[in-house]
Ligand binder design. Structure first.
Ligand SMILES: Cc1cc2nc3c(=O)[nH]c(=O)nc-3n(C[C@H](O)[C@H](O)[C@H](O)COP(=O)(O)OP(=O)(O)OC[C@H]3O[C@@H](n4cnc5c(N)ncnc54)[C@H](O)[C@@H]3O)c2cc1C
Length: 291
């Protein structure tokens, strides 16, 4: 099913993200985690893609398994920053042959020491390319409530989001944020610029302090002092941190839904217990019929 059709219904949607292993020996455990998350019947699952393309086989294999065996709609990711057009066209061909109707089109982080594409510079070029090859495939793109780390300011960044939408991106998923007011403000600015596509709220339940630190250093996401205090208080106790992280994320989701932001994408980080914790915490809010 196309994700844009899932998003156009009235219902609250809940989706989860998994990432492929970097090495073959971890493949089985990642696949098991992805399958477990798929067994919760989310509205869809996304499977990320290594920026260098080195783990593309794993992305497609995991995506195919979830879609075929578990009958869950899948959004495979594709990045272009290290790829030639012919490689991207080959990947696209394979994605369509495997029966996927959706694709998350990304630039990827510019590698410090890996190859850099001479043919793609930004995600909008990839989106345009995909759209020209396949007018029907549903295309998603990334957006950044705190601003993308490389952009000079939010206005300029939002201008480039508009280019992605004009190129054929039909929905956006945000980078993680921990302060809903940042998301509401961003959504207002997107709408003001004429960007009307659905904007899925990306929520990351933090279950370890190191996960938070890594995420902030990569993304520049702002941390509200209330959340900082929670992490400082509980990070030495894994069970308590897991519980606090899930509850904080669930509270964010409740607030989003209360404010009519009904498409929630959870960065579940290959952790079925985190995905289940969120589902359990919201069991009367996102009813089983809608997950
Ligand atoms: C929901 C989501 C999913 C992700 N999944 C993956 C994944 O699977 N694999 C992975 O490696 N990474 C993933 N990322 C990370 C992402 O690849 C990085 O954030 C990357 O640095 C930017 O990718 P993008 O597609 O947003 O790039 P772009 O939209 O191309 O933007 C990148 C930067 O370039 C600027 N820009 C855009 N167009 C222009 C222009 N014409 N002129 C000048 N500047 C311009 C933008 O303002 C921004 O600062 C994901 C991020 C999100 C939010």
């Amino acid at each position: 099913m196309k994700i844009i059709d899932i998003l156009s219904s009235e219902k609250i949607t809940l989706s989860f993200e998994v990432f492929p292993p970097k090495i073959n020996s971890n493949y089985k455990s990642v696949l098991e985690a992805a399958e477990k998350i798929a067994s919760f019947h989310p509205d869809f699952m996304s499977v990320t893609y290594g920026a260098g393309g080195g783990t593309s086989e794993y992305t497609l294999n995991i995506a195919e398994d979830i879609q075929k065996i578990h009958n869950v709609t899948v959004l495979p990711h594709l990045t272009c920053i290290s790829s030639s057009k012919s490689h991207i066209h080959d990947m696209l061909h394979r994605i369509r042959n495997m029966g996927f109707e959706n694709i998350m089109a990304l630039r990827g982080d510019v590698p410090k020491d890996g190859p850099i594409s001479q043919e793609y510079h930004y995600a909008a070029e990839l989106i345009q390319d995909i759209r020209e090859i396949d007018p029907n495939i549903c295309i998603g793109g990334a957006c950044y409530p705190d601003g993308h780390v490389e952009s000079a300011n939010k206005n300029e960044d939002i201008g480039h989001i508009l280019e992605k939408v004009k190129a054929g991106c039909q929905f956006l998923t945000t980078q993680m944020f921990f302060d809903n007011s940042v998301y509401y403000n961003y959504l207002y600015r997107l709408r003001e610029k004429g960007i009307t596509v659905p904007v899925l709220a990306g929520i990351m339940p933090i279950t370890r302090k190191i996960q938070l630190e890594r995420s902030i250093s990569l993304s520049g996401t702002s941390i509200p002092s209330r959340f900082r205090a929670i992490v400082d208080r509980f990070s030495n106790d894994p069970g308590a941190m897991m519980q606090a992280g899930i509850i904080y994320a669930a509270e964010q989701i409740i607030d989003l839904i209360a404010n009519d932001c009904t498409h929630i994408h959870v960065y579940s980080m290959n952790k079925p217990e985190v995905a289940f914790g969120i589902i359990k915490a919201l069991s009367s809010i996102i009813r089983p019929s809608s997950i």
